[in-house]
Design a protein around this ligand. Structure first.
Ligand code: CP
Length: 351
């Protein structure tokens, strides 16, 4: 199936994902071969929310493929600050760019953008929902460092509630055989219900845990995450959660000799700096792998040529999304859509 947009990897066949990862390896090993592959193509990076790695690696990816980049990294410098809607912004940018990478603070925003865009939209993170290109980065890192995507015991530690990278990673790694998840968090920051339902539906083995120290010895991969300060209702709520799980070199002594530590970054205090020198710490290499994963993704999406995308009918509903951070509560012209009994934008319960 052709890859039109990348909103959620759930809608991408495993074969396509593997092709993207294989090509990422080929690009990494011979970048000059691909240096003119996107000649005369333009990518728009629309970042409504701060970023270092995702925006810069997308921009570097397009430039290293011979293309060009336009866009904004602060919506206050665009007509969004004058009240322009997401629909109108996307419609305009579709006139100027061949492909859009968008990060937004509202959950489901990428789906909404894809509905109105006439060029492919890549979800570069939508609030606390999903971050599929981080998952491509993570999978490529696992292939390069563990040599496989199956039979792994993966510990996910920290903010599993708001950590969009965690949600995308679980959804995607659930499709590979014999992976087990150890969800290490406080009760308040455990994974959302729709992720638990997803694991249950796909027969995925997982357990919840409250101690990193007691679990680390059984892990093949430890995926550390930052407590997502910007998603909390109050500073007090955040302060109650920060600093609960910290990986340091003492805990690393209990880990397997071939365990790998991943982190989408940025880190705050959840990994101490002495861990950086441990050869099992992969997080900086991981961010480099993200460049090749995104170069490959751009090539896969643009291989469909210059044709303009049509709008596809969506399964409408009268019900409202129960998630107050869903894009439907802010961009009121959006049709309400229902997919598998959930909000078609952010996967939350419909009311
Ligand atoms: N991993 C990640 O999304 O980092 P940025 O927020 O810096 O893009």
């Amino acid at each position: 199936m052709e890859l039109r947009h990348l909103v959620d990897l759930e809608n991408v066949e495993t074969e396509k994902i593997m092709n993207i990862l294989t090509m990422a390896g080929a690009i990494m090993r011979n970048p000059s071969y691909y240096s003119d592959s996107c000649h005369a193509k333009v990518m728009a990076t629309l970042f409504y929310e701060p970023s270092t790695r995702t925006r810069m690696s997308f921009e570097a990816a397009m430039l290293r493929l011979g293309g060009s980049v336009i866009g904004f990294n602060d919506p206050q410098n665009s007509s969004v600050s004058k009240g322009e809607s997401l629909k109108d912004t996307i419609t305009m940018v579709s006139n100027y760019a061949d492909i859009i990478a968008m990060r937004h603070y509202m959950e489901g925003a990428a789906k909404a953008a894809a509905m109105f865009s006439r060029v492919p939209v890549i979800n570069a993170g939508d609030g606390g929902h999903l971050h599929p290109t981080q998952t491509l980065t993570d999978l490529f890192t696992l292939i390069e460092t563990k040599g496989r995507l199956d039979g792994l015991t993966i510990g996910l530690c920290g903010d599993l509630k708001y950590g969009r990278t965690v949600h995308s990673l679980i959804k995607t790694m659930s499709r590979f055989k014999n992976n087990k998840f150890v969800l290490i968090s406080t009760p308040e920051l455990n994974v959302p219900d729709y992720i638990k339902s997803f694991m249950d539906k796909h027969g995925c083995e997982y357990k919840q845990a409250a101690s990193l120290e007691s679990e680390i010895g059984g892990l093949d991969v430890l995926y550390m995450t930052r407590i997502q300060r910007e998603r909390f209702k109050s500073e007090e709520d955040y302060n109650r959660q920060k600093g609960v799980f910290i990986l340091d070199s003492e805990k690393m002594k209990k880990a397997k000799s071939d365990m790998k530590v991943l982190h989408p970054l940025p880190r705050v205090d959840e990994i101490t700096y002495d861990v950086d020198d441990d050869e099992r710490a992969m997080y900086f290499k991981q961010s480099e792998y993200g460049l090749y994963a995104r170069m490959s993704l751009i090539l896969h999406i643009l291989e469909n040529g210059d044709k303009r995308l049509d709008r596809r009918p969506q399964p409408n509903t009268e019900k409202c999304c129960g998630n107050l951070k869903c894009i439907t509560h802010f961009e009121h012209y959006l049709p309400k859509i229902e997919i598998d009994g959930k909000c078609g934008y952010c996967e939350s319960k419909l009311l």
